[in-house]
Every structure is written in C-alpha cells, then in structure tokens.
Design a binder for this molecule. Structure first.
Ligand code: GCW
Length: 720
C-alpha cells in the first residue's frame, strides 16, 4: 500500500535521526518466547520505577483459596520482576504502600475500617482497582465479589504496570462482556493437533493423570491473564474414548490444574459414542430418540461429574464431514442436541452444537454456504434452554475474509456462540505474520440489522441484543508444545488478542496490539508505532494476496498452498471462474444466499452497484471486464490486489528490518527469517493465482504490473 510505503521511508529517516542522537533504548534480553506477554522484566524508566516502588511496597492478601493463592503468587512474581525487588507479603496493611488484595467480604474482615469501593454491579468475574488516600491508609485495593474476580484484577493491575499506565489514583471497574470465553483445542489423543502448527498437543496423555507437566500451569496463567475461562480439551473430530473412565480421569487431572485459574473444562463428544465405544454397555445405535441412548449418556455424564464437579459441558460436531449425528437416524438436530441437553441438565452443563457445513435433513441445497442457515434457522426456539448453537464466523469455512454468518441475524430465541480460529488454517500457518484481531473485529461489528441498525454480531453473542443469559465466544487454539507456544513469535499476539476481545469486544485492534507489543517487546514509542503498523496491515495484506475481492476458497486440500485450479470445477462447491466470468452468483437470480440476511442487507448485497467490494465475488458472478468503482475491471482489480498485497508484505519486511535496534538479536533474527519465508510464500500465492486466472480468460496483463509494481507478469504469456 502506498501509505505503507511512505511510512517505511519516514520510519527509516526517523531511525537514522534517533540513532544519531543516541536515544535508542537498549534491546531487551535474548528470549525464547516461553514467557509470552507475562515476562515481567524490570521497568526501564527510572522515574516510573521509583514511583511504582513507592506505590507497591507490600502485599496484604485476604483469603487462601487455591484461586487466591495463585493470584497472590502472580502478584508477587509480577511486582517483584517489574520493580526489581522482592515485594513481601504482610499480614496487615501498613500506613502507606500496601496492595490489599482479596474478595470484598474477606478483605473487609481483614481491614474493618477500610471503605471498600461499591462492587455490587461487578458480577462474579468483574474487578475493581482502587487507590485509597485517607488519613489512616494510603494504598491500593484490588477487590471483587469472588476470588476469580480478584485474579483478573491482579492481572489487570499488572498489565497496567507492564504497559506503563499509572497505578496511583486508580478508580477502575471492569467486567467481562461475554460469559464463556473459550479456547477450543483440536487436540487428538495421539497428541497430534488438527490444523495445529506449533508442535504437539500440550496435553501429555500418557503421563496423565499422575504426572502434571508444569506447562499446564503456565498455560493457565496465560489464559487467566486475558480472562479466558473455558477450555474444550479435545478435537471436534472426537474420539469416542474421550468419555471413557480412563480418559475422564486424565482430563479430570487437567481440570484440577486449571481450576485455580478459574478455567472450566469442557470436552467434545462423538455423537456416535454409544455404538462406537468399546465398553460393557455398548449399544447398536446412537439414535437420540432411543431411551437406551439417553440412558447411556446420563450414565457417562454422572461419571464425568463425579470426577469434575464443575465440568462445563460438551461441544458437538455432528453430521458434518462424515461425523456421526442424529441425521444418520433420520432425526433432527433438535432431537440430538436436546437429548444430550436433558442428560446433562441436572449437573448444570451445557451442550454447544456446532453449525458447520450442516445440511437440513430434507433439503439438499447445492450452495454450501446456504446450508447451515437452512438447517438451523427454522428450528429457532425449539432447542432446550441449555443448548447453544455455535457457527463459524462466516458461512463457509474460516476464509481469510467472509461476510458474517447469516445465522447471527436469524435465531433470536437461541443463544449463539461465535467460533473463530486463532490457529492460522487458511492464513498461512505459522509462516505468515498475520494479526487476526482486525478480522474478528470486522465480524463482531458486522451489523445483522436483526433488530434494526446497530444489531451487531457482538451484541448477538454477548447476549445483549435479545437479553440471553448464556453468552460465549470460542477460539480454535494456536497453542502447542513448541517452546514459544504458538509456532512463531507474533502468533502469540493472536492468542492474546482473542482473550482480550472475548473479555471486551469494544477494545480496538490497535489498542490490543499496543498492549501486546509493550508487554512482549519494548515500550519505545517509535518501535510501537512501526510494529503496530506492521501488525495492522498484515491481515488486509493477507486478504489481498489470498482472497482478493471476496473470492471463496482458492487453496489446496491442505488449506495452505495455492490451488485455484483444483478448487475450480463445474458442479463443484466452488466453481469460481471460466473463460468469460468469475465469482459465485448468490444473488436473487443465483443461489439466493443473499436472502439469508436481513432485508436491508439482501438489497445491498444483491446489487452489483452497492455490494461492498470486499464481498464482491462472494455474491456476484460477472464478466472479467466488469468495471468497478476503483476504475479497474474485475480482472484488473484481482491482479492489482494480489500485487498490492505482496507489496505490502515487502513494505512490512522493510519496516521490520528497521526495528533491529529495538529487539534482542535472538528474536529479531528468528522473526526476520520467518518473514522472508512469508514473503516468498505470498509471492507464490500471487503468481499461481494470477497466472491460472489469466490462462482462463486470456486477457492482457495490466500495464500497472510493470509501471506501478515494477514486476514482470509471472508466466511466459506476454501482453496481448
Ligand atoms: O475446514 C475443516 C477443517 C477440519 C476441521 C473442520 C471443522 C476440525 O479442514 O480440519 O475439523 O473444518 O471445523 O470441523
């Protein structure tokens, strides 16, 4: 992008000046990434350090529950690291400098004269950070209604120090907007991770339940630090054995490790378990209307809750991609979900039913993206109270960009969770540096118009649009056994951003990027400005060189390499282009997918003149020469975007190269090497796709390839 280009040049000049004046900060210590954003390195600003050392002299904690214990441990660890001296724990508050930490009732007992802030509205997980400046006590109070809230308060307090915000004169109240902030692990029992690019599963099944890897605790700390409070431990392509006594005992041990951090364990289940599971009570059916089947599940849920009393519930992928489900027995999804819901209800658990690629029982709709809506919307209001439907963010399959899933505007009587992918299945695995928060924000702010303007997806899933009492968001985890957890350093930003947005979807992507950069690398304002710009440009750039103009799937079966030809066959789900035309006709005259949105959106999307360009080929099939408002034809625009996306990656790499003085050599080199691979792969995407499309349409290569991008067209085919 040209603005990026300018930014690069300005950046280089600024760096030269800064270097000349000798004002560069010293690079951080070499690091392997294990500590994530919880590095707690000594504050490198003398004045700030001194000020904080006066504000935080000792810790006074009320309560000794497992959650309070880890909260106090974290506070001690964080403060001692950041302030460079041991911050001792004391039994009673001193006149100045004590950090009082505890749930309100316990704290009040410990310090009866203290006037605590009013926290009634904070709910079970919110927290308050309050500076107190009375005659008898000058100090800080971290409090909440529960110990879990206190834990979040501790992390919130530490984050303020880590991100160089003041910690005196605090008057802060925070509550999460979404109740269930979940990671979905696609981890198999073999320890392989489906669509995982960071090593093996972190769950070491062979060693459980006896031996507990210390990583479990560090994983829990990272999650709690951003407010993630739920973890689905197993792949949605579930092994029936996950509900065997043997495995329940193993993940009960995991639940024990995670519990102090306010994280509840959930598991996926295989709907066919009653007949697939080799146990004494194996059945010959999994038909949800067969009472033996619901008894089978009741017995298993009893076994689970006996070991994991706070078990959250089950996540189910049924009748998709060959997985068993109620349709196998000619039953509806309501039959399947409600049967499980009834079996788990006495224990307080929920059933999260995925709406991915499902077809309605009696409707063989050819357009894949229309199917889930047809399968679920008609059943709105017919699911049990403890059933949640969980669609992916778009109606296809985690594409680099999709319009929001139409179900978000179509099920007013059913709680819906939003499923996003933190792991980069279609976004370049661990090679492409893509900061995904802007994609999630685009979906969260997508207006469904379901109850008039302002009915964003965020309001649907946080429960506020329809006053729902269950709300949730799920991110498919990008975490693995690699030392740096996420496969590449910047991948950690996506884990961080998911948690932060789950807690507060109104935070901006920029703000989250800033926080993460400060906690992970450096506070230098120049470093932050440049690194933030790189992060913010990374997703739009990836969209340009992976799926410009709303293209649907163009990748190979591995979802990584470019393979437009393989995807493009007549009668296939994704017939995307031929000699004369390109795109998918989902207008009223085509598949009619536009009608699955609110009327206002239907009109907007159906019309070639008003359909946003970012969704253009998703909804329209037009001639290659169709003129667009950009002044280019569709063919030219596609080429332009592929080239522009790659140019932005080049710019980003140049910008990164200027950041060397701000980053330790270990991380700088590691990231630079990866970035080189990223650029190479982005070029491969561009060249493969544009040459394939050119071979179909045989149109001349646009002049701007040479004049604007200073490149030669990729194939031997010369300009015609
Ligand atoms: O796109 C597909 C992926 C599968 C995944 C599936 C799903 C877990 O290729 O790996 O299975 O989506 O989301 O269920």
């Amino acid at each position: 992008m040209s603005c990026m280009f300018k930014f690069t040049r300005i950046t280089i000049t600024l760096i030269a000046i800064a270097g000349f004046l000798g004002i560069l900060t010293s690079p951080a210590q070499a690091e392997d990434g294990y500590d994530l954003w919880l590095r707690y390195r000594l504050i490198d600003n003398a004045e700030r350090l001194k000020n904080h050392q006066q504000t935080a002299v000792s810790i006074v904690a009320a309560g000794d529950s497992p959650t309070m214990t880890v909260a106090v441990e974290e506070l001690h660890r964080g403060l001692s690291g950041l302030l460079g001296q041991d911050i001792p724990r004391k039994d009673a508050p001193a006149k100045t400098g004590s950090i009082l930490v505890g749930a309100a009732p316990a704290l009040q007992k410990l310090a009866p004269n203290l006037k605590l802030p009013d926290i009634t509205a904070l709910g079970p997980e919110g927290y308050s950070l309050q500076s107190i400046n009375s005659d008898s006590f000058k100090g800080t109070v971290i409090t909440a209604n529960t110990d879990a809230g206190v834990l979040y308060g501790v992390f919130g307090f530490l984050r303020r120090i880590q991100t160089h915000q003041p910690i005196d004169n605090l008057d802060i109240k925070q509550t999460p907007r979404i109740q269930r902030r979940m990671l979905n692990h696609w981890d198999n029992l073999s320890r392989s991770v489906e669509k995982g690019y960071a090593g093996k599963s972190i769950w070491i099944w062979d060693e459980l339940p006896g031996k507990r890897d210390p990583r479990y605790r560090d994983y829990a700390r990272a999650n709690a630090s951003v407010g993630i409070n739920a973890v689905v431990i197993h792949n949605v392509n579930a092994d029936p054995k996950i509900v065997s006594d043997e495995y329940i005992a193993k993940w009960a041990a995991l639940a024990e490790e995670l519990r102090p951090y306010n994280i509840k364990v959930y598991t996926t289940v295989n709907f066919g378990s009653p007949m697939l599971f080799d146990g004494p009570n194996k059945l010959d059916t999994a038909d949800p209307r067969d009472p033996r089947v619901s008894d089978w599940w009741k017995e298993r849920f009893n076994a689970i809750y006996a070991q994991v009393p706070d078990f959250g519930g089950v996540l189910v992928k049924a009748d998709t991609e060959g997985r068993p489900g109620p349709q196998q027995f000619n039953r509806e999804f309501t039959d399947g979900a409600n049967m499980l819901a009834e079996a788990i209800a006495p224990h307080g658990g929920i059933v999260i039913w995925r709406a991915f690629r499902n077809k309605a029982l009696t409707n063989n709709e050819p357009d894949v993206v229309k199917r889930p809506y047809l399968a679920y919307a008609p059943f709105d209001g017919q699911f049990a109270d403890n059933v949640v439907i969980q669609p992916k963010y778009g109606p296809s399959d985690f594409q680099p960009r999709e319009p929001a899933h139409p179900l978000f505007g179509a099920m007013p009587n059913t709680p819906l969770f939003l499923e996003v992918e933190i792991t980069q299945e279609y976004l370049g695995r661990d090679l492409h540096h893509v900061y995904i928060a802007p994609l999630w924000k685009e979906i969260l702010t997508f207006d469904t118009f379901a109850r008039g303007r302002g009915s964003s997806v965020a309001k649907v899933i946080d429960g506020s649009l329809y006053g729902r009492n269950i709300s949730g968001i799920a991110g498919v985890a990008n975490v693995g056994s690699d030392r740096n957890w996420c496969g590449y350093d910047f991948g950690q930003a996506n884990w961080y951003a998911f948690g932060r947005l789950a807690w507060d979807h109104q935070l901006s992507s920029e703000q989250i990027a800033d926080e993460w950069l400060k906690m992970t690398f450096s506070h230098d304002p120049h470093f932050i400005a440049v690194a933030r710009a790189i992060m913010m440009e990374s997703w739009p750039a990836a969209v340009s060189y992976l799926r410009p103009l709303g293209f649907t799937i163009l990748s190979a079966y591995n979802h990584y390499e470019p393979a437009p030809k393989y995807r493009n066959f007549k009668g296939g789900d994704y017939n995307i282009a031929d000699k004369d035309t390109v795109g998918v006709d989902r207008t009223l005259k085509g598949s009619g997918a536009v009608t699955q949105y609110n009327q206002h959106l239907t009109d907007l999307l159906d019309n070639v003149d008003t359909c946003p360009l970012k969704y253009f080929l998703w909804f329209h099939r037009v001639s290659w020469n169709f003129p667009l408002p950009t002044g280019r034809t569709v063919w030219e625009e596609i080429v332009w975007q592929f080239y522009d996306g790659v140019r932005t990656v080049e710019d980003m790499n140049n910008m990164w190269a200027t950041l060397k003085p701000y980053v330790d050599a270990e991380r700088f080199d590691r990231i630079s090497n990866k970035r080189a691979g990223h650029l190479e792969h982005a070029r491969k995407w561009r060249d493969t796709c544009v040459s394939y499309f050119q071979s179909l349409n045989e149109l001349p290569w646009p002049d701007f390839i040479e004049s604007e991008f200073h490149q030669k067209p990729p194939t031997s085919k010369s300009k015609k």
